[in-house]
Design a protein around this ligand. Sequence first.
Ligand code: 3PG
Ligand code: MG
Length: 376
Amino acid sequence: MHVPVLEDLLPLDGKRVLLRADFNVPIKDGVIVDDLRIRAALPTMTWLQEHGATVVACTHLGRPKGAPDPKYSLDPVRARLAEVAPGVELLENLRFDPGETANDPAFVAKLVEGIDAYVLDAFGAAHRAHASIVGPPQTLPSAAGRLLAREVEVLTGMREHPKRPFVSILGGSKVSDKLGVITALLDVCDTLLIGGGMCFTFLASQGHSIGNSLFEADQVETCGKLLAEHGERIRIPHDITGLGPGGEIGNPAAGGEVRQFGTNLPEGWMGLDIGPGTAAEFSDVVGEARTVFWNGPMGVFEDPRFEAGTRTVAQAVAECRGFTVVGGGDSAAAAKQFGLDREIDHVSTGGGASLELLEQGDLPGLEALRNAPNAR
Ligand code: 3PG
Ligand code: MG
């Protein structure tokens, strides 16, 4: 896919460049928990500064409702940015203005005022047709930053010419959220391993009893069809770790028994992780792969009682000798929690964006760049 790159904007001496970044980092009690997204934008910021540009960065943080909200203050981001990229200006949280998500032309006009060129490096938000993503390229010379370009190269490359066997691991709570990407992945990968909350709707479609586990009644038929059509290419768990009646997720102190089951859970029990047998089987499959894409944890890994499945799969991905990609969001957080993120070839900075790019082969932000005045 051809999108303009930074070199296409030269010369930049004395120019003001609007950089749309995704600094939507996890923050707890005012402290940044993981600054990957800030560090990932450094090559672009440095390159722009080295070529004489003044960088005016902008980002959203969280989901404020179109008005200033101290809960989503960019102060921690601004402080970190001043340390790692001195001289870069940072605008206010874009979503403090209702014009951002509404893609209001008046807000776009405000953003581009006094700006000479635009760089999109917010891969994690490039699937949003918001003002700061699709607006500036309508009038300004525009380019993809280094991070965006790399993400697109890796993810579209994996989609278009993966080394085989290509194994995908999908987790997460809802089948309905992942149906599009399940279908897209089944078109390109050899084996699809399914864990996480969504595996229970698949198990239910095979007539298993799933107790109080997550379940989407309206997806049972679809899950059954997928399994019937794709047979062995889709693997679902054959054992489950469950939490008994009275137990609370994320609160071991509340008690509740934790036990291993096969594919049937008793009434009142909740499946919260894939079992050790499934984790071992998934590891074997990953071990043979030459390309791996992993999105979504295998269980509730934030609770130490239900982290084993995700940890085992993460270790297998880390040890795999093939090319490994982890989609952003929860699975990237899991890989980091287990200290394995550095063993992975590409940890994407986009959760929803990486899935949408795999599914559609394109993103609103990329389309906007292709239509920029300097690209037409
Ligand atoms: C993310 O964290 O997923 C991206 O920054 C996009 O945020 P959004 O899902 O609130 O649009
Ligand atoms: Mg998201």
